[in-house]
Design a protein around this ligand. Structure first.
Ligand SMILES: Cc1cc2nc3c(=O)[nH]c(=O)nc-3n(C[C@H](O)[C@H](O)[C@H](O)COP(=O)(O)OP(=O)(O)OC[C@H]3O[C@@H](n4cnc5c(N)ncnc54)[C@H](O)[C@@H]3O)c2cc1C
Length: 372
């Protein structure tokens, strides 16, 4: 079966590797940038897997899929033989005295799957998990079940695995999708496939199977620093009047400080205002950030549908997955299980990487008789 996957972003690259494991599939992967593109949305991302913290702003379905994905990530990495750092040591939420009302509001709105998902801890308890923060904050929340993944490693390892696999890779190749056909921007003839899976993120704008869905970008800016004087071991969120700011530890004493959330399609570099806000917030959490070096300031657009929910749209030869918004890492393993179910049903093959009993989310998959 000839399958085209368009877009080697977070979803497309993992899906192509899962399908390439099955001898019945002849997989082609089309990507408009390089596989290791440093400014890819999924690479800029902080890659937190934080269903409890996100429950304050996300739907119940997203929270349910997020909890499922937390449990699925290790199985997915194992199925693809990836040795990417994945940790589940929880995250810490802090507020300066003037923002304590925001913390109270957070506690009123948070949705817990189980009581143990959120603990109010004191400075002494914080000292045991993040000693360098203990003296500055009196109101502290600990979300012990949340996780994060080292996304630079994920992108590098999946790029190598794709190049070493049987997948036919077309990089630096922007293509168009016309149902089961792929067309190029140059003289190359169209290619026909049995199944085309559209994982283009924002690249699918104006080309949705369900025309009632409107895709937009939601701008996010992050700053990556190297901070040898800071030793944090898990993501830290800081209540902030405009948007919650997080500091996420990465390899080699690097930290991602992010992220703004701006309703704008503007993809220009990070603004001075955002840089000032993000860096001063980081400095207010830990004075060691004063001596840090800025490695990169990056901005990206989160692919977002009208209702801010993810969607899998399916027609006869064409599957479109989109709308992962600020939840790509939170949702992708669950989304992949659902994509594999859809492909299993089309092919009568038994596909999957997990034996877990997963919750059913009826709002996720939509079947369409025809395209467009
Ligand atoms: C600042 C920021 C912070 C974030 N932090 C987090 C976080 O902590 N946790 C979390 O869960 N999520 C986070 N996200 C969200 C996450 O990165 C996205 O949800 C995720 O990347 C979406 O995955 P995707 O595969 O749908 O799309 P993408 O990752 O955008 O991939 C789409 C791919 O398609 C390619 N493409 C597009 N058009 C074409 C075409 N015509 N032909 C060929 N290729 C094409 C693109 O080049 C791209 O590689 C963050 C995002 C941003 C911007």
């Amino acid at each position: 079966m000839k399958v085209a996957i368009v877009g080697a972003g977070l979803v497309g690259r993992l899906l192509s590797l899962l399908l390439a494991k099955e001898s019945q599939f002849d997989v082609s992967l089309f990507e408009k940038n390089a596989l290791n593109y440093a400014d890819a949305t999924g690479r800029i991302a902080a890659s937190m897997i934080a269903p409890t913290a996100e429950s304050v702003v996300a739907s119940r379905d997203i929270v349910t899929m997020g909890h499922a994905s937390l449990a699925l990530w290790p199985e997915l990495l194992q199925a693809l033989q990836l040795t990417v750092d994945f940790q589940r040591q929880g995250s810490v939420i802090l507020a300066h005295r003037q923002d304590e009302a925001d913390l109270r509001s957070f506690m009123q709105r948070v949705h817990l799957q189980q009581d143990e998902d959120l603990l109010e801890i004191d400075a002494q308890q914080l000292n045991q998990i993040e000693p360098e923060l203990a003296n500055h904050f009196s109101r502290i929340l600990f979300l012990p079940n949340e996780g994060q993944i080292e996304n630079s490693q994920l992108y590098q390892q999946t790029a190598s695995a794709i190049l070493a696999s049987s997948i036919q890779v077309y990089c630096q190749t922007e293509v168009k999708i016309d149902d089961a056909q792929i067309s190029f921007n140059d003289e190359r003839p169209k290619q026909k496939f049995d199944l085309v899976i559209d994982c283009r993120g924002l690249g699918a704008k104006g080309d949705m199977i369900n025309q009632l869905k409107v895709l937009r970008g939601v701008r996010g800016e992050v700053i990556r620093v190297k901070a040898p004087e800071v030793n944090l071991t898990r993501p830290v969120r800081l209540m902030h009047p405009r948007y919650p700011i997080y500091i996420v530890p990465k390899d080699n004493q690097e930290y991602v400080i992010g992220a703004t959330e701006i309703e704008s399609q503007d993809d220009r570099p990070t603004s001075v205002r955002s840089a000032l806000e993000l860096l001063s917030a980081a400095y207010s959490v830990h004075k060691g950030f004063a001596e840090a070096n800025i490695i990169a300031m990056q901005s990206g657009l989160r692919p977002t549908l009208n209702d801010n929910e993810p969607s899998i749209d399916v027609s006869q030869h064409h599957i479109q997955v989109n709308g992962l918004y600020r939840h790509g890492y939170l949702l992708t393993p669950y989304i992949l299980t659902q994509l594999l179910n859809v492909i299993s049903a089309k092919t009568n093959l038994s596909l999957g990487f997990s034996q877990q009993q997963l919750p059913e989310i009826t709002s996720l998959i939509h079947y369409h008789e025809t395209n467009h």
